[in-house]
Design a protein around this ligand. Structure first.
Ligand code: DGJ
Length: 741
């Protein structure tokens, strides 16, 4: 068992080969946090780690004891009002109007494996030996409320997962105003906070800032996790780089409003909290009702950012993503969106599919515009039946025709939305989120269906199920194109309006769950105006996500590099699009576009019927190349080598499990004149293996490639050198390294 309870000191120690997480029952029967970090030896008693100090003017729990103050004791799940002056993990409005809470330790259970969380996505185990779990029960006598803190430690990974379940065992209602999935009190503030920020078309750019006293936080109040802030932060020590130093990553498996916050007090300690955003959340819990928070994941590394990312990749790829496609290489697809937008008919689609097949693609995806009266973004959303003027054979007929061509068929949907100009809205104007007597704002001319209302979710489920049953659909792109506003559900009472945003997400998860169960052979790709809901919650249902609407190869360097901080390569939808690029108007070479897109789930987003002979030849070769190597691209170990955020040159690489095969991607934004000799040090190779490098046809040992580097200079002589000419801006190269032994 990797979880120990020391009866005498009432101490819990969760540990594996790499990490230790220690906390104890304090003298007031609440829980105190003692340590989280690199593994330390177990012992009966860690009480000396308790930070108890007599501080003038502190509020203390006991008379004649100036030491026991919650103001400076590190806590496991802190509450407000008893001397701790920082933000609490939980806030409850109680019958008598008070806010003070006292959740006291009652009991615990240690068990092998891991529980599932009802209605919520969560990491899992395939057999009980993979992880150990601890469930601690706390109880507040005054409000007769039970709080269960759930912990899991994976045996082979430096990972702790946490969530909280609360149950009202009394007869009075209580109102939850805040219930975080995780609180972690750290003993100092010597960290930099790393976050993934952005906006539409520039998602998940890496930002870091030094922690300062006060609050620093990122959040979403948009109803989706958002392109603006990803539900993830990491705290890294000064000097921590990709390859060395201490870092703790915090990730929330949730797709809605979240808050990730670090509260640094004036004694320089840091409190991390992560969970559903308390703003816009109020949950009345009646007698016998319970509430489960989303799961938070903590990853520790003493070996730098890249090592932390690799842990997230393994966990999210193998123990969060599910279904048939979890372990399968992903089909190479052609999507018609950027080629046609809304302007297509059946003939055009068939010719696209035919051409895609002849290029070697395996899946043709029909994007927005196939249904209802959908010829632009103003109408049709919600009417999930084919537009027979555009597609006389319907989706069933078209999908069958396309499958007959020897290529699979995929379909775009946006099930959570409606245009006012649609049959669905005309029949059910009450089914959208709307606050009575207030203006209702639109986003992309559309409105948000009330997924907190089961009737709406059932209707959409029946409609989609019916459509998919009749057709030969192998892939679904599930889009969501607006932030939510004027959130209010006509289906719920006024006192329940604070539940709507979370209930919406539960409705969304429910719909996903039903559809993936009914159609286990369909590959789902999530999407939200590109990458606005690229989060771990979605990965539980859809193993891949459209990373960004920005398909420009140079912009994608940052977007994919940033996304890889948490998310595995197999989750990143990445396609080659036309040049000049639709979003950036930038011309990049076709091979650079592919060299970036290979590091993801590969495909094309351009008019395949309008290619030059040369382009066609190149694309055929690209598809062959990807088919040969996608296993390592999508499932190899990923290393970031040099960052597009700090350098003109980006490089990254994937390495196969046996280290006999590696592929390095090297990208240079601008050509520099008379440049210094360039090389990039590789990682993850076997130092004793000799590798043949594709571009050079030259053999080098792994130790040399990792210590001296792979030469990337392009104007040099000699066999083991660059390609011997200046190639201009937006250059890229792929190096395939194969072990010859
Ligand atoms: C936004 C998506 O990100 C695009 O790829 C495309 O599917 C459009 N929506 C369609 O409306």
């Amino acid at each position: 068992m990797a979880i120990k309870y020391h009866e005498n000191s009432k101490t819990f120690h969760l540990y594996n080969e790499s990490i230790s997480y220690i906390f104890k029952v304090l003298e007031n029967n609440q829980l105190g946090q003692l340590y989280f970090g690199n593994k330390i030896k177990d012992r009966d008693n860690f009480d000396h780690l308790l930070e108890m100090q007599s501080r003038t003017m502190s509020v203390c729990i006991y008379e004649n004891n100036p030491y026991f103050s919650l103001e400076h004791i590190k806590q496991e799940y802190p509450t407000y009002g008893s001397g701790d002056m920082r933000y609490p993990a939980i806030d409850i409005s109680q019958k008598n109007g008070g806010k003070v809470l006292n959740f006291e330790f009652v009991s615990f259970k240690i068990f092998k494996g891991k529980k599932t969380l009802n209605g919520l996505p969560a990491t899992y185990v395939e057999n009980a030996d993979e992880a150990d779990s601890l469930e601690i029960t706390l109880y507040d006598k005054l409000i007769e409320t039970k709080l269960k803190l759930l912990y899991t430690i994976y045996n082979e990974l430096p990972v702790i997962t946490r969530s909280v379940n609360i149950e009202n065992c009394g007869s009075d209602d209580i109102k939850l105003n805040r219930i975080m999935s995780l609180n972690l009190d750290l003993p100092d503030m010597d960290y930099e906070m790393l976050e993934l920020t952005g906006a539409w078309a520039r998602e998940r750019h890496i930002k870091t800032r030094k922690l300062e006293q006060g609050i620093q936080s990122i959040y979403s109040m948009r109803g989706c996790s958002s392109a603006n802030f990803n539900p993830f932060i990491a705290l890294k020590r000064e000097g921590c780089t990709e390859y060395k130093g201490e870092i703790i990553g915090f990730s929330l498996i949730y797709s809605g409003n979240f808050l990730a916050q670090v509260d640094v007090d004036t004694y320089d300690t840091s409190r991390v909290s992560l969970g559903i955003n308390p703003h816009g959340f109020e949950w009345i819990l009646k007698s016998d009702e319970s509430f489960q928070t989303p799961e938070a994941v903590i990853v520790y590394s003493g070996k730098g950012i890249n090592d932390m990312s690799q842990t997230f990749h393994s966990l999210y790829q193998k123990r969060l993503a599910r279904g048939k496609y979890r372990d399968e290489v992903r089909p190479i697809l052609v999507n018609n969106w950027e080629a046609t937008y809304f302007d297509f008919d059946e003939e055009k689609l068939i010719s696209f599919a035919e051409k895609s097949k002849s290029l070697g693609a395996e899946l043709f995806v029909l994007d927005d515009g196939w249904f209802g009266n959908r010829n632009n973004s103003k109408s049709g959303l919600g009417d999930w039946h084919p537009n027979l003027e555009k597609i006389p054979s319907g989706i069933d007929g078209l999908s069958k025709k396309i499958n007959k061509l020897g290529i699979k068929f995929g379909l775009w949907i946006e099930p959570e939305m409606v245009n006012k100009d649609s049959e669905l809205y005309r029949n059910h104007p009450e089914w959208i989120l709307q606050t009575p007597n207030r203006n209702l704002s639109q986003g992309r001319n559309q409105y948000v269906l009330d997924f907190s209302n089961n009737e709406v979710v059932d209707y959409i489920y029946d409609t989609l199920k019916n459509l998919l049953e009749k057709s030969e659909v192998s892939y679904i792109k599930w889009d969501m194109n607006r932030s939510m506003s004027e959130v209010y559900s006509l289906a719920h009472k006024s006192e329940d309006q604070g539940k709507i945003m979370h209930k919406y997400i539960l409705g969304l998860y429910d719909l996903y769950e039903r559809l993936i169960n009914d159609f286990p052979n369909i590959l789902f790709e999530s999407c939200a105006s590109g990458g606005s809901r690229f989060d771990p919650g979605m990965l539980y249902y859809a193993p891949q996500a459209w990373t960004s609407d920005n398909t420009d190869a140079i912009e994608r360097l940052k977007i994919q590099y940033g996304s890889s901080i948490v998310y595995p390569i197999s989750s990143m939808g990445s396609h080659v699009s036309a040049a000049p690029n639709e979003q950036m108007y930038r011309n990049t070479p076709l091979d650079t576009r592919a060299n970036v897109a290979y590091f993801g789930t590969f495909g094309y987003e351009l008019d395949v019927t309008n290619l030059s002979e040369d382009e066609e030849k190149i694309i055929i070769e690209q598809i062959k190349f990807m088919k040969k190597y996608r296993d390592i691209f999508q499932f190899g170990k990923f290393y970031r080598l040099s960052s597009p955020f700090s350098s003109n040159e980006t490089s990254w690489m994937v390495v196969s499990e046996d280290k006999k095969l590696a592929i390095v991607g090297y990208y240079r934004v601008l050509q520099k004149v008379n440049q210094s000799f360039r090389r990039v040090k590789l990682l993850g190779l076997d130092p004793n293996l000799e590798y043949v490098i594709s571009t050079y046809d030259y053999k080098v040992y792994g130790d040399e490639l990792m210590n001296v580097g792979l030469i990337t200079s392009d104007y040099s002589s000699g066999k083991y050198r660059g390609v011997g000419k200046i190639e201009g801006d937006y250059l890229s190269r792929l190096y395939v390294l194969k072990s010859i032994s």
